[in-house]
Design a protein around this ligand. Structure first.
Ligand code: ADP
Length: 307
């Protein structure tokens, strides 16, 4: 579990992070979302113990980071935006170097490294890390973050350099970690990325490090949108008319095989249930992200006004 308790960081009297209060339980994949300069990296650096808060505290499983840096180091796996590796060593040699720092013995190191290289699809790659693509380095970064089998995994802009296969692998790995009960914190300025991987909880940091929205992804959609979301539906056979308390309008086309549904919340699950009950096969059921993106941008601006 990660706890931020009235956490603030000031640089020259200006807040990078401003009174952040959050609790992220084990098994969650939490998205720390915000534009560049919103304070995401500063939050993560305080959580990893690399910089000290001006006020407040971060705790990992109840242990205060600033007071117990060594203990905390063993509980967290951290992947920064740019992961540093020795370019003249192979992937397994690099991981072996870092595993030694964690004090793992030779046989534990070998089996852990083999397991992790296979997890990130880098097993059997002979070349030195200097010859890796950015995506390969990023996947190796994920393996490095998992070396000490951490309870908490912190990923700063994890998909910045990944190709589509890399993104798919990354999502699979992160979901597996959460299913194993680990706490995953993902920071990103890319809404679609956070919304795809963060299954239940999202957050939005505005400029000036203020948390302006928080909740489950569904709550956040509702809050962010204020009023409405658009859902695109495509089915194999004709759709029945759909009713729901949050439904605003439904425009059917193509002989009722397609619909644009406007609703006051993300009611995709209810639409899927209704279609399944009516034995209608679904071809597409997606949230129109553009409206969500706009809403997030308006939130960023709200944060600006609060400064
Ligand atoms: P993000 O990761 O969301 O892009 P950062 O945490 O890097 O944001 O930065 C938040 C704010 O704090 C920015 O305005 C940045 O310029 C400022 N900042 C970050 N680190 C320092 C530092 N070491 N000295 C002064 N200002 C800093």
């Amino acid at each position: 579990m990660i706890t931020f308790d009235h956490l603030s960081k000031e640089y020259n009297g200006v807040y990078a992070v401003n009174d952040l209060n959050l609790e992220i339980p084990g098994g969650e994949i939490f998205g720390l979302l915000g534009p560049n300069g919103a304070g995401k990296s500063t939050t993560i650096l305080m959580l990893t113990g690399l910089i000290e808060p001006t006020a407040g505290r971060c705790l990992i499983d109840g242990v205060e980071v600033a007071k117990n840096p060594i203990e905390v180091k063993h509980r967290i796996g951290y992947m920064p935006e740019d992961v540093g590796f020795y370019t003249n060593l192979s992937a397994s040699e690099n991981l072996d170097f870092f595993a030694r720092l964690y004090g793992l013995d030779t046989s534990a190191r070998k089996s852990r490294i083999d397991e992790l290289l296979s997890l990130v699809n880098l097993d059997g790659v002979e070349k030195l890390v200097g010859g890796y693509s950015k995506g390969m380095r990023q996947r190796l970064g994920i393996a490095k973050a998992l070396l000490n089998d951490p309870a908490v995994i912190i990923l700063d802009e994890p998909t910045a350099n990944l190709d589509p296969q890399g993104v798919a692998d990354y999502r699979r790995i992160i979901k597996q970690m959460a299913a194993d009960g680990k706490t995953v914190l993902v920071s990103s300025h890319i809404l679609s990325e956070v919304s795809l991987v963060c299954t239940s909880i999202g957050g939005v940091l505005s400029q000036g490090g203020k948390l302006v929205a928080q909740g489950t992804w569904k709550d956040l959609t509702r809050v962010l949108e204020g009023e409405q979301v658009k859902i695109l539906v495509e089915t194999r056979s004709s759709m029945p008319e759909f009713s729901h308390p949050d439904l605003v309008s439904a425009e059917y086309s193509n002989e009722h095989h397609e619909a644009v549904i406007t609703a006051r919340s993300d009611i995709r699950d209810d639409i899927a249930d209704a279609l399944r009950k009516a034995d209608v096969m679904i071809r597409q059921l997606t949230l129109d992200r553009s409206t969500l993106e706009q809403a997030v941008l308006s939130y960023y601006n709200t944060g600006d006004e609060q400064q």
